[in-house]
Design a protein around this ligand. Structure first.
Ligand SMILES: C[S@@+](CC[C@H](N)C(=O)[O-])C[C@H]1O[C@@H](n2cnc3c(N)ncnc32)[C@H](O)[C@@H]1O
Length: 214
């Protein structure tokens, strides 16, 4: 087993009511059947790292890490509620700083709204882990780290709010043809008045009572 405390930790999370999913790829997570079309208030990735593929200063290795961050943010962006936040905890020293996390976020229509010192003591019980290799259950040195907080670009958030309102709005009567009319006016002129119209409340009840009499 990779992590010796894993059973206890997963048990505690379940006890606290968390839903646990395993083996989810952060770069394709929005397509996961249990996550598809779900919106989240907070999406957090502590210390993204694509694994050990050579020196951390190697431009190809940096590119792999950047691709992981880009994939995660691109997916997280689609899974975020309009006022939600994506948090990434990340080292702020070279060469990690050169990943350009905030620039990648901008490519994904996310803007940096906060950059706070990361203090492990603010996360009681959390122990940072390497994630892969023979020492994966061991912590990695933290040093100067920050919490990057991202939100949807305002224009994206407004669009999403409008989309969600459309989903919950009552259907628009086709007879309005985009012009504002009173409900009575629309219902009086409705061409389906005699047979019953799904948009006019009066006609619907009339057609239902006609059907129930038959
Ligand atoms: C430096 S470790 C951090 C682990 C843990 N989040 C922590 O804070 O201790 C980086 C983690 O990213 C995970 N990872 C790498 N690529 C991933 C991907 N495409 N999807 C999900 N996780 C990934 C690794 O398995 C590893 O656990």
């Amino acid at each position: 087993m990779k992590y010796k405390d894993v059973k206890v930790n997963l048990g505690d999370l379940e006890y606290l009511g968390a839903s646990l999913l395993h083996g989810v790829d952060a770069t394709t997570m929005k397509f996961h059947p249990r996550l598809h079309r779900k919106k989240f208030h907070r999406i957090i990735y502590n210390f993204p790292h694509a694994g050990f593929h050579g020196r951390e200063t190697n431009p190809d290795v940096i590119m792999m890490h950047r691709n992981l961050v880009r994939g995660f943010l691109w997916n997280a962006r689609s899974m975020l509620s309009p006022d939600g936040e994506v948090h990434i905890n990340h080292k702020f020293t070279a060469p990690y700083h050169s990943w350009g996390v905030a620039d990648i976020a901008l490519e994904c229509q996310l803007v940096l709204v906060g950059l706070h010192d990361f203090k492990i003591e603010h996360y009681p019980g959390y122990k940072n882990k390497r994630g892969s290799g023979s020492r994966c259950d061991k912590p990695f040195p933290l040093g100067d780290c920050r919490t990057f907080i991202f939100k949807l670009r305002p224009v994206t958030a407004i669009f999403l709010k409008m989309e969600s309102r459309k989903l919950h709005a009552p259907p628009i009567h086709p007879g309005t043809m985009g012009r504002a009319k009173s409900t009575e006016e629309i219902e009086k002129k409705c061409s389906k008045r005699a047979i019953g119209c799904n948009f006019c409340t009066g006609h619907v009840s009339a057609s239902i009572s006609k059907r129930s009499r038959a």
